[in-house]
Design a protein around this ligand. Structure first.
Ligand SMILES: *Cc1c(COP(=O)(O)O)cnc(C)c1O
Length: 420
């Protein structure tokens, strides 16, 4: 295989995911459709997990990046835990067989019912993001008679040098508790009867390609752990969050997971903490793609549009973050042309690529939008009353639908006509 990304590439003129010709998937399942590779998931999980091999750790997959329970099940079998940001995600993780003692729960706005649910599941810990949340959690834990194990999400105020929308560790961010305040919050937590501080947490951003900010953050947070231990707090878990980036351009190389490990592990070893990591995109991003058919080709003076049947509701990243996704035809073309690849939704922002060199295609050809495994389906919506696409999992020569294409019925489920 002439690989574009691991397990995804051309064999002769045809695009394959593992041993499956993706044109066959498009024929059988229709388009648009998400296609994931089991081997790629394993590859990326192992690349990440093994980089931290010489220290006791838990790789808690960020469920929000790719939430299908079949995928979570695969990862559970590889030993993954789950990083969750809602009760719904905890429900998914538990249903997929991820042991509750491997589930962590973050998020700036946890509801009381979500706290109750998480406590009743017996998750590993809550990553608490404000003083008020801590007080609320203490009350909820008392109500159901179960102590809540927590880490404070500390905002180490380092610049992850990524897109502002996915930068989460600066002082100006809504996430976490300021570094200078965190000590005090721990002292409060220590006094609370139903709260048990067991860890410390930070998550500085997403799609991080320069790993040095992780060192700065780890160093600051490690100092805080020492100060807390001096006060008698037993901080056992050091949760360094997620955020390691991937290459969206096939010709580029992402930082190795081992380079991330070099930034964090020395601090964790010195503290003798258990390490928790929360990678999302790094594991799922290049494990999936989105297949879409070219409905129409519009060629006019100096401009060509490929109007495809996937849209911003199916894959939001290009519209939301102006993100680059590499796009290739599933059947290699002789020549290239410069095109805009656009969706059918009634928004000018419904665009997958602008002035992009793509193999010269015709109506009916299928394109693969690559690196769509993370924040692809999980961010999909029904905008324009479009049914969400199916998800397909490839393993060797087989492929199976792991989520059916939605129907018109699913579009109006729960709606009621009351006044007629
Ligand atoms: C989103 C998120 C992650 C995962 O981020 P990636 O960039 O996909 O690795 C991890 N932890 C928390 C708390 C998050 O919000």
């Amino acid at each position: 295989m002439e690989e574009i990304f691991p397990f995804i590439g051309y064999r002769g003129r045809r695009l394959f995911v593992e041993d499956v010709d993706v044109q066959a998937v498009a024929k059988k399942i229709g388009t648009p459709a998400y296609v994931y590779s089991k081997a790629a998931f394993s590859y990326w999980f192992n690349e990440f997990d093994s980089a931290f091999g010489d220290v006791g750790h838990l790789t808690a997959f960020a469920v929000k990046s790719c939430s299908n329970i079949a995928i979570l099940k695969l990862l559970a079998e590889m030993g993954a835990g789950a990083d969750t940001v809602s009760a719904g995600e905890i429900f998914r993780a538990v249903n997929a067989g991820i042991p509750s003692e491997k589930i962590v729960f973050a998020g700036v706005g946890k509801r009381r019912d979500e706290m109750e649910y998480a406590l009743s599941c017996g998750i590993l810990m809550f990553n608490v993001e404000s003083r008020q949340e801590l007080e609320t959690l203490n009350r909820v834990a008392e109500k159901i008679g179960k102590k809540a194990k927590i880490a404070v999400r500390v905002n180490p105020d380092v610049d992850p040098k990524t897109h502002p929308y996915i930068s989460t560790g600066l002082r100006t961010s809504k996430f976490g508790i300021d570094y200078d305040e965190a000590f005090d919050v721990y002292m409060k937590a220590k006094e609370m009867r139903w709260i048990e501080p067991v860890g410390i947490h930070f998550h500085i951003g997403s799609q991080i390609l320069d790993v040095s900010p992780f060192k700065e953050a780890s160093s600051k947070v490690a100092d805080l752990v020492k100060a807390l231990r001096d006060k008698g707090l037993d901080i056992e878990y050091f949760d360094a969050g997620g955020g390691l980036g991937i290459n969206y351009h096939p010709e580029e190389k992402p930082p190795a997971a081992s380079s991330l490990a070099e930034m964090i592990v020395p601090f964790v070893k010195e503290l003798d903490c258990k390490l928790i990591l929360e990678p999302g995109r790094r594991i799922s991003g290049n494990s999936g793609l989105l297949l879409t058919e070219i409905l129409y080709v519009k060629r006019k003076e100096g401009k060509t549009f490929y109007i495809v049947d996937a849209a911003m509701n199916d894959c939001m990243r290009p519209s939301l973050y102006d993100a680059y996704h590499h796009i290739v035809p599933v059947e290699k073309k002789e020549t290239v042309e410069i095109v805009d690849v656009v969706g059918p939704v009634c928004e000018t922002g419904d665009i997958f690529a602008k002035d992009r060199r793509v193999g010269r295609c015709e109506q009916g050809d299928i394109l693969a939008i690559l690196s769509a495994g993370a924040y692809g389906f999980s961010m999909a919506s029904n905008y324009n009353s479009r049914v969400r696409p199916p998800e397909v999992l490839v393993s060797n020569r087989d492929f199976k639908v792991i989520r059916e294409r939605e129907t018109f019925g699913s579009l109006i489920e729960g709606e009621k006509i009351l006044w007629l």
